[in-house]
Ligand binder design. Structure first.
Ligand SMILES: [Zn+2]
Length: 294
């Protein structure tokens, strides 16, 4: 599932290719991904509009467009969901089976493909208003982070996934950041000491930033030289080496030895999501916060 770094890499990839292009026509194959926008509204709004900007907000892709005929600015919001992909194709390329929305541009076409249709491409911007601090922006400070955490009795791992606190931290990077900070995922957020909060704050920024620099394991370019399916999307830059190093220290490593201390990495389920952690490196600091085994 794409997380913040993959979306950031995608936005950086798409921005220079999309900005300046105009939309000639809109083809909606799966209206579900537009909800609550109607096909008619999307088509009417986007036809003739030109992409003027593209940015990431949490795991959303925010497209800014200008409509000359309506003299208005348009915001189009995209989300990859679990399996979404966004990429450009030449005009004459066949459409993929799971194309959800296709925008015919003045040169080429923009494709939003989604095999499971959990993604979104919509004019509805309400989701953006509910988002918390952007973890890589200056607004995310240890002080503001502490303010929110001190009010919560939820386990810190669960709280990190709350998008109204820090927006865009997903399941993978929550586990990774807690490991890097040496904090047990089970500690109630409000029990964290200021030094731990600062360490976690720094770890969140580091794991996200490093992942952006690394790119993901997916090929980025459509040309597809040396890559599996030759498609797309969010992913590493072309010049990245083929030998792709396992980037995670704890995520999806249950049963394997910790790279720091050799203890066996454990998996537990919190709020219906898997958490991976090292019981050696991420001890609960006080007996009081030790969780009863269930
Ligand atoms: Zn360890």
């Amino acid at each position: 599932m794409p997380e913040l770094p993959e979306v950031e890499v995608l936005v950086r990839h798409l921005a220079p290719r999309l900005v300046g292009r105009s939309i000639l026509s809109v083809n909606v194959c799966r209206s579900r991904v537009l909800a609550p926008t109607s096909i008619r509204s999307l088509t009417h709004t986007l036809r003739g509009a030109r992409f003027v900007g593209l940015r990431r907000r949490a795991k959303y892709i925010v497209f800014n467009l200008h409509s000359p005929k309506r003299h208005s600015e348009i915001i189009l919001v995209g989300h990859l969901g679990m399996t979404g992909r966004m990429y450009l194709l030449p005009c004459d390329a066949p459409l993929p089976k799971h194309a959800a929305v296709v925008l015919d541009l003045d040169r080429g076409k923009f494709v939003f493909e989604d095999t499971r249709y959990f993604g979104r491409l919509t004019l509805d911007i309400t989701a953006l208003g509910r988002l918390g601090m952007e973890p890589l922006e200056a607004e995310f400070t240890p002080e503001r982070f502490a303010e929110v955490l001190k009010r919560s009795a939820q386990p810190i791992k669960v709280k990190l996934l709350d998008q109204s606190v820090v927006a865009g931290v997903g399941n993978i990077y929550a586990s990774e950041a807690l490991f890097r900070a040496g904090i047990s995922p089970r500690i109630p957020a409000r029990k964290l000491k200021n030094a731990q909060i600062e360490s976690l704050w720094r770890s969140i920024r580091e794991v996200l930033q490093e992942a952006i620099e690394r790119g993901s394991s997916m090929p980025l370019a459509y040309s597809g030289t040396g890559t599996k399916d030759g498609l797309f999307y969010f992913g590493r830059e072309l010049e990245a080496p083929d030998t792709y190093q396992e980037p995670f220290r704890v995520y999806d490593r249950a049963g394997k030895p910790c790279l720091e201390c050799g203890s066996t990495i454990k998996r537990l389920v919190q709020a219906a999501r898997s958490t991976f952690f090292c019981p050696g490196c991420q001890r609960s600091q006080h007996s009081k916060v030790r969780i009863k085994s269930s």
